[in-house]
Design a protein around this ligand. Structure first.
Ligand code: BDR
Ligand code: CA
Length: 321
């Protein structure tokens, strides 16, 4: 059984990643912590709770509200123009009685690491603020858990905030650099692969058509959530193509099917300064590289099989593109 702790800024692609994880028969989601980004941390927790209710995984998934701003400085607020008024495209999912746990996200991360030890994979889908605070509080965290997989950053692909910077890293580069230096077995699922895997409204329509009965609510939700702002935003940002990159679900597919990705292993740090480079992942291929830890960076992907894997999770029969 794979054990995942997911840290998310629960927006639209985060929600697909969470639902994907909750539907894997060989995965147990031991908890969800939230951070600011696509929406606020409290709203992200509310979204996560409602998604858990919708998916009804058959076991309890605790949710904890995490940090609502970066380690340094302020936060400009949610990405309404990408993820809608509430982070999930303005869709009002049914309410749930489950409440977030009354504790700090970093303490929950440490508690889960103590409980599940080297079986635990921490997957971050937003800013790394909660994880940075956790490792500052418990410096042995990297040795306590199995690994960390994160959606964020870019290696050779263009950035989506600055020329070389991706939103999750740019949103709190100091936190990301703390995680990069901490000693985790760390894998980056960045724009080099998430831009290659793209979903279209037609693929979602097929998902709905073939969704198994227990996933009908998810299918209805994701079509509504992407309709108003997500596909139109991606249409504008991605050379007017009617398709959208598959960011956060790619990290979950890596966590469950790493054989679909090609990685390189290289010393890397996060640039925390620079008018044009803040949030850039700096890799060092020199013979005598700078003092940095090795990071596994996804550089290529079997994007057809990744998309098939995601859609098949929700359909009655294996889905072929
Ligand atoms: C990342 O930024 C967020 O908007 C998405 O959810 C994803 O995690 C993509 O750059
Ligand atoms: Ca995210």
């Amino acid at each position: 059984m794979l054990k995942f702790l997911i840290d998310a800024d629960t927006g639209i692609d985060d929600s697909v990643a969470i639902c994907y994880a909750l539907r894997q028969p060989n995965v147990r989601v031991v908890g969800i912590t939230t951070s600011f980004g696509n929406t606020t941390a409290p709203q992200g927790a509310e979204n996560s709770l409602r998604l858990i209710k919708m998916m009804d995984p058959g076991y309890e998934v605790p949710v904890v509200v995490g940090e609502n701003k970066p380690l340094f400085g302020d936060w400009h607020g949610p990405e309404y123009h990408i993820h809608g008024s509430n982070g999930i495209g303005g869709v009002e999912l049914p309410e749930t009685d489950q409440k977030p746990l009354d504790m700090k996200a970093e303490d929950f991360i440490i508690e889960m690491a103590r409980e599940h030890g080297r079986e635990l994979t921490i997957i971050t889908l937003g800013r790394m603020t909660n994880l940075a605070l956790a490792v500052q509080k418990e410096p042995n965290l990297p040795q306590m858990v199995k690994n960390v997989i994160f959606m964020g950053g870019t290696f050779k692909e263009r950035g989506n905030v600055l020329p070389h910077s991706e939103a999750n890293i740019f949103g709190d580069p100091e936190a990301a650099d703390i995680v990069f230096r901490a000693g985790f077995d760390l894998t980056m699922v960045g724009l080099d692969v998430t831009h290659k895997t793209q979903v279209t409204p037609e693929a979602l329509a097929k998902l709905k058509k073939y969704a198994s009965p227990e996933n009908q609510a998810f299918a209805d939700y994701i079509i509504k959530a992407t309709d108003d702002v997500y596909f139109p935003f991606n249409h504008a940002q991605n050379n007017c193509l009617d398709r959208s990159p598959v960011h956060d679900p790619s990290a979950l597919v890596y966590a469950t099917c790493p054989q679909l990705f090609k990685t390189v292993r290289v010393p890397a740090r996060v640039e925390c300064k620079g008018e044009f480079t803040r949030g850039m992942i700096v890799t060092d291929f020199r013979e005598y590289p700078f003092d940095a830890q090795y990071v596994n960076i996804c550089v290529d992907v079997d994007h057809v099989r990744v998309l098939e894997k995601i859609i098949s999770t929700f359909t009655a029969k294996a889905f072929k593109i």
